[in-house]
Design a protein around this ligand. Structure first.
Ligand code: ISC
Length: 369
């Protein structure tokens, strides 16, 4: 099914299910979450479409893009495919330069140490890749799925632009899945680049699990997710300590939170909108962290660190955090990667972590930094 993706389609290929949506009956771009949920719900009933699909941006005032597709195909875990071979290396423009990012981390660390009200800020950087020819997203997706079997590979159309505009990525982070009255959220935070050989890899993973800085960085995310979900759930199960999960390039601390809804009419989209943005992509407290991000990131995040997924008329759905991704427009790709900054963060380590996060897409592109 992944091989059938065409520009303009929506794809979400996860560990157990794949969804490919084509065509467009309607678009909802309403930023107000309550209004968005209501409009999508009404359109799903009016059109009898099986699902709505799309993306919410990082910025709460910006327009989301949810689509009622014309046709939807669903299957199990996607089959894997070969990595695309790129003929020419792209021109690479970091935004900002790596040294400037490290400097910004240093300034945010200083701020976190002096402002007791601010606990965590996620600071991101971008890399622009300019190719000679328009990027063929369809040829990238099979390799991305193959390389990220436990993650969620996605491609979402971002609306009209000459040559199209899309968000593509492979996220390891499930924001929210609702199946009937059962909900699951699997926040990730606290990361380290994978080791170069098995022994080194084991060592960095053990160090991550033992790191007070990473445990603290993870804890604020779990606390925030629990605080949002608690009022909606009659039962919420939260493991006492995080587990380790790995992507091909990064180890993460991970907590799988499960719950049972009090009111099964609360949709997956409503819950995802309530959770977004968690401190895994923004910080704590949210408003203060947003302000620090606006001050230090020299670009608009757009849909990076937003939410991507689907929901149906019954309220079921699956929404993942839009990370390890790039916005693609014609021959240009803008890749994003962020890291959770804590008062004891080391700028060089956060820079290395974002480098490793970029590798999710760079590996699929066959591009080395
Ligand atoms: C913000 C990103 O990752 C988040 C998810 C997992 C681990 C993270 C971390 O350890 O900083 C981030 O919170 C990103 O990949 O751009």
């Amino acid at each position: 099914m992944v091989e059938d993706y065409r520009p303009g389609d929506f794809l979400l290929a996860g560990p157990s299910a794949t969804l490919l949506a084509t065509g467009c009956q309607a678009v909802v771009a309403e930023p107000d979450p309550d209004e968005l949920v209501a409009r999508v719900g009404k359109l799903l009933l009016d059109t009898a479409a099986p699902v709505a699909v799309g993306v919410l941006p990082f910025d709460g005032d910006a327009q989301p893009r949810l689509v009622i597709p014309a046709e939807v195909r669903r299957g199990g875990h996607a089959r894997t495919g070969p990595t695309a071979a790129w003929k020419h290396a792209p021109r690479v423009t970091p935004i900002p330069e790596p040294a400037a990012y490290a400097h910004a981390v240093e300034q945010v660390v200083r701020r976190l140490r002096s402002d007791s009200g601010l606990r965590k800020v996620v600071l991101a950087r971008a890399i622009e890749l300019d190719f000679d020819d328009a990027v063929d997203i369809g040829s990238l997706l099979p390799g991305l799925v193959a390389a990220n079997p436990i993650g969620f590979t996605y491609a979402a159309d971002l609306g009209p632009a000459p040559g199209g505009r899309a968000l593509i990525g492979a996220s390891p982070e499930l924001l929210l899945r609702r199946t009937g009255d059962q909900v699951v959220s699997n926040p990730l935070a606290g990361s380290v680049p994978r080791g170069v050989d098995p022994a080194a890899d084991e060592k960095v993973a053990a160090a991550l699990l033992a790191s007070a800085k990473d445990q603290g960085e993870h804890r604020v995310v779990v606390e925030a997710v629990v605080e949002v979900l608690r009022p909606f759930c009659r039962r919420l199960t939260v493991p006492a300590a995080p587990a380790l999960v790995k992507t091909p390039s990064v180890w993460h601390l991970s907590t799988r939170i499960t719950g049972e809804l009090i009111d099964p009419d609360v949709s997956a989209l409503r819950l995802a909108a309530a959770l977004h943005p968690t401190p895994a992509v923004c910080g704590t407290p949210t408003a203060a962290a947003r302000a620090v991000i606006a001050e230090h990131e020299p670009f608009d995040r757009g849909f990076y660190s937003g939410v991507v997924g689907w929901c149906d008329a019954s309220g079921d759905g699956e929404w993942v955090v839009a990370i390890r991704c790039a916005e693609v427009e014609a021959a240009r790709m803008r890749l994003f990667a962020g890291a959770g900054i804590m008062p004891d963060s080391v700028p060089a380590a956060e820079l290395a972590e974002t480098d490793a996060k970029f590798r999710t897409l760079l590996a699929a592109l066959g591009v080395a930094l």
